[in-house]
Design a protein around this ligand. Structure first.
Ligand SMILES: Cc1cc2nc3c(=O)[nH]c(=O)nc-3n(C[C@H](O)[C@H](O)[C@H](O)COP(=O)(O)O)c2cc1C
Length: 400
């Protein structure tokens, strides 16, 4: 189930040009199953019409503290009291100041003062306003009180000024909301390291040996682990897909680079999911210059084996280890052999030909308790289902 499903989100929209971007966020959250109650400040209504949010969320847009429904179902504090998360986006300098000062003279400030839910603010303002001592102090005050205040992006602003103050894009806000909601999830407080994608083993400055791994599965696992509360480190080979928000991304190219990134990341890991398709071999050395074609003469590459990345971690701190086996033949036997040989707690096997670079996947899960399977499905849903299975085994492992 999507972590946003059934969640009650209060979305406070303030008077900034960036308000138009939040319409997309309201839509995405609603489509993911959340109940989104939009509170617009008076200034916000100068930028976007309430009808837009009403149509996108399917719920009345709130604004006037004095015009709440007569049955009292949504009292001036009730909205904050029942919220799972309160989001202020865009958060104006004015709003940030008022919240920091503890004011409660309209529905948004009152809701924030009355809520015990996590509060997320996405500032958006002119760079000078953001850098002004008053705003800097107010942001520090809010962070000190446990509010999550996102860093604005740097770049060109609406008034053609360039600097830091642009509101992060809607998908970044959604990732931050997911991470906040996940805090109390089953992986809350745990550090999960995930490797993803394939590696590139250089032949010369322009050529490499690679494989067809897209990284889709590993990225989807990372997003799900984040949603379940984990602090996620995603060590990724080169991919063409957008990384999930609110995870620590470490980009690598070769198996050896992945090995050293892994050594750093697992120092305080609780779980490692080795989803990357790490090259088994690499050219013994990469030519310094581009290798030229020489008439009809062929080219012989001398390959040497890459180290086994999981085996190299064997003596380190105890953590739950999940491996992947993409095989073209004898799937079960090969996967079972790998589970034992590498000292894994669990292995996820799939048919390489049917799945690598494809949108769908069927999975076989093997641990010392037996074999289970997940039916063929799109990788995003397969990743969510798989991570839930991994978490169940991780929780059993913790008890031992
Ligand atoms: C065209 C225009 C754009 C504005 N953009 C911003 C902005 O991006 N960030 C900001 O903090 N204030 C901005 N302001 C000023 C706020 O709208 C003003 O401070 C307002 O009182 C904020 O009210 P609110 O915090 O209740 O929404 C803008 C004002 C105008 C006229």
């Amino acid at each position: 189930m999507d972590i946003l499903d059934g969640k009650k989100i209060v979305l406070g929209v303030c008077g900034s040009i960036a308000a138009y971007k939040v319409a997309q966020l309201a839509r995405d959250l609603t489509l993911a199953g959340a109940q989104v109650d939009v509170i617009m400040t008076e200034a916000a209504t100068r930028f976007v019409g309430a009808a837009t949010f009403q149509a996108l969320t399917g719920r009345p847009v709130l604004g006037d503290m004095w015009a709440l429904p007569e049955n009292g179902a949504v009292g001036h504090v009730a909205l904050g009291a029942r919220a799972d998360v309160v989001v202020v986006a865009p958060a104006t300098a004015n709003r940030i100041a008022r919240i920091a000062a503890g004011m409660s003279d309209d529905l948004l400030t009152t809701t924030i003062l009355a809520t015990r839910a996590p509060v997320l603010l996405a500032p958006a303002m002119n760079p000078q306003m953001y850098a002004s001592p008053a705003t800097v102090a107010n942001v520090a005050t809010l962070r000190g009180r446990g509010y999550t205040v996102l860093e604005p992006d740097e770049g060109r602003m609406a008034e053609h000024v360039v600097g830091k103050g642009r509101m992060p894009e809607p998908h970044t806000l959604e990732g931050a909301i997911r991470a906040l909601l996940g805090r109390s999830g089953p992986l809350g407080g745990y550090h999960v390291v995930i490797t993803a994608g394939g590696t590139h083993e250089p032949i010369d400055p322009v050529r490499y040996i690679g494989n067809r791994s897209s990284g889709q599965m590993g990225y989807a696992l990372a997003a799900r682990a984040r949603d379940l509360g984990a602090r996620v480190t995603l060590i990724s080979g080169p991919t063409a897909i957008t990384p999930p928000v609110a995870v620590t991304l470490v980009r690598v190219e070769t198996a050896l680079e992945m090995q050293s990134a892994l050594a750093d990341a697992v120092a305080d890991a609780d779980m490692l999911i080795m989803n990357a398709a790490v090259a088994d071999f690499r050219p013994i050395e990469a030519a310094e210059q581009k290798i030229k074609k020489r008439g009809d003469a062929g080219l012989t590459l001398h390959l040497v084996p890459n180290p086994d990345l999981v085996a190299g971690l064997a003596d380190r701190r105890e953590f739950f280890k999940v491996g992947f086996a993409a095989e073209t033949n004898d799937l079960l036997a090969n996967a079972q052999g790998k589970l034992e040989r590498k000292g894994l707690d669990m292995i996820v096997a799939n048919d390489a030909v049917l799945s690598i670079g494809q949108p769908e996947i069927a999975l076989t899960l093997i641990d010392r308790g037996g074999v289970a399977s997940l039916p063929q499905q799109p990788k995003a849903t397969a990743a969510a289902a798989l991570l839930d299975q991994i978490v169940a085994r991780f929780q059993r492992w913790l008890l031992h």
